[in-house]
Structures are given as structure tokens and as C-alpha cells.
Design a protein around this ligand. Structure first.
Ligand SMILES: Nc1ncnc2c1ncn2[C@@H]1O[C@H](COP(=O)(O)OP(=O)(O)OP(=O)(O)O)[C@@H](O)[C@H]1O
Length: 240
């Protein structure tokens, strides 16, 4: 279990982020306190850039980001232990040849001495019913299985926040449903980017980003409904 944060909020205060000379986030202010938050928006609207501020993969050009009490500028080195990331493509995340080595590395990152981390890897896998994967070469796993290894590797670090950046893109429907069911049981604050809009039905809050600004923010049915209506309206327009 992650230890509870004294200040379980992600706060952005007038955050501006530029990438490649363009303003990607534009004086964005947000307070994220809910346990389940969805981020939606068209390609390039700034979703991935926004969540990368939470663990120091990107830093704001202007404004302030505070994650569960940690200032993203002053405490950048501590952020990766506070915020775990699961990306769309597990191959970008997994660096070791076997499942046990990958999990042991995460435990080491979380502060365990190397030998202890190696010893704890199999019990950690066993908590997810995957002890039998320990010696499996990662390249022999399916996409869904690799995604689960990534999630286990992040969870053993007991972060307070989990960010999922399009985790469903390469998963079949049954695997996706199992992943959604697993996520629903997690105690962490979850911020999820997905284009599969039905994934957000039970979420507390959905934020629709548009060109680096919040276009709509509220309960999933209202925000997802408005976004679907917007998508219908633009679907008749040809690509420029
Ligand atoms: N490495 C980069 N260098 C320069 N500009 C970038 C880089 N990555 C993204 N951008 C730009 O930042 C803007 C926001 O991109 P971002 O990836 O945050 O959008 P997104 O909403 O996550 O999109 P998608 O749904 O396609 O993943 C886009 O205009 C994009 O071209």
C-alpha cells in the first residue's frame, strides 16, 4: 500500500509549457484531488505533455506544479517515486531481459538494496498471481502481458499517483477489460489518458483539453457526451 500523502492534490498554477517553439499548455490552472481523473482531447491537444509535468519528465516554462506536496521544480528528483507512469508501448518502459529482473530493478529504484530487491521480485510477482513469469524473457510475452509487467513494476514502487498514457491502444478487448478492472481496485490516485471514452464511465472527473487549455471539466457523462457531439460535428469536415 502506498503511504497516504499529507496533501493528496496535484496543483497547477498558471502553467505555460512550450515545446518546439509552440505553446503547448497555455497558462493552465488546475486542482486535481479526485481519485479517478480522465484526460481527453484531440491529437496534439497537450494531454501527454500535461501529465509529463507530474513526474518531472517535462518542466513548466512558467507557473508552478505541486504534486502531493512536492514542488515539481525544487523536488524534481523525488517526483518519479511519487508518480508512476504506464505508457502506451511497454517496449519503451521495459529495459531488462527477464520479468524478475525488471521488477527487481523497480524495487531497487524504490530504495531496496540490490540483493533484497532480487529476493523480493518473485513474491512481488506472486501478489499479482504471476510468480511463474519470473524467469520468462520479456520478449516472449504478449502486449497485454508486457503491459501487466509494467504495471506490476510501477506498483511495487508504491507511488501515490498512477498516470496511464493511452494504455489500451494495443490491447484486445478482454485484456483491456481486465486491466480496467485491475485499475478500479488500486488505492492510488489515477490520471488516465485514453481515446476509448467508455473507459471513463465510473471516473470522478473528466477534463477535455483543447489546444493546451481546458475546454470542459466535470462529470464523465457530461464531458464525454460533449466531446462525442464535437467529434460528430467535425466528422463531416475534410482534413484541411
Ligand atoms: N518532443 C516534442 N518536441 C516538440 N514538440 C512536441 C514534442 N512532443 C509533442 N510536441 C507537441 O506538443 C503538442 C502537444 O502534444 P502532446 O503529445 O502533449 O498531445 P496529446 O494530446 O497527448 O496528443 P495525442 O493524443 O496525439 O497523443 C503537439 O503540438 C505536439 O506536436
Amino acid at each position: 500500500m502506498p503511504s497516504p500523502s499529507p496533501d493528496p492534490l496535484i496543483r497547477l498554477d498558471k502553467v505555460t509549457l512550450r515545446r518546439g517553439g509552440r505553446v503547448v499548455l497555455d497558462a493552465l490552472s488546475l486542482e486535481l484531488a479526485e481519485k479517478r481523473i480522465g484526460l481527453i482531447g484531440t491529437n496534439g491537444s497537450g494531454k501527454s505533455s500535461l501529465v509529463r509535468l507530474f513526474n518531472g519528465l517535462l518542466s513548466a516554462d512558467e507557473g508552478r506544479v505541486v504534486v502531493h506536496g512536492l514542488d515539481a521544480t525544487d523536488k524534481a528528483a523525488e517526483l518519479p517515486r511519487k508518480v508512476g507512469f504506464i505508457f502506451q508501448n511497454p517496449d519503451h518502459q521495459i529495459i531488462f531481459p527477464t520479468v524478475a529482473e525488471e521488477v527487481a530493478f523497480s524495487l531497487e529504484q524504490a530504495g531496496r538494496p540490490r540483493r533484497e530487491a532480487a529476493r523480493e521480485a518473485v513474491p512481488a510477482l506472486a501478489r499479482f498471481g504471476r510468480a511463474h513469469w519470473a524467469e520468462r524473457p520479456v520478449h516472449t510475452l504478449s502486449e497485454g502481458e508486457k503491459q501487466l509487467v509494467c504495471i506490476i513494476a510501477v506498483l511495487v514502487m508504491e507511488p501515490a499517483v498512477l498516470v496511464f498514457d493511452e494504455p489500451f491502444s494495443s490491447l484486445d478487448l478482454p485484456t483491456r477489460r481486465r486491466l480496467e478492472a485491475l485499475i478500479a481496485t488500486l488505492p492510488q490516485q489515477v490520471v488516465m489518458i485514453a481515446h476509448e471514452l467508455d473507459a471513463f464511465a465510473a471516473y470522478d472527473r473528466v477534463i477535455w483539453l483543447d489546444e493546451g487549455r481546458v475546454r470542459m471539466d466535470g462529470p464523465p457523462d457530461a464531458v464525454v457526451g460533449a466531446y462525442r457531439a464535437f467529434a460528430e460535428a467535425v466528422s463531416a469536415e475534410p482534413f484541411a
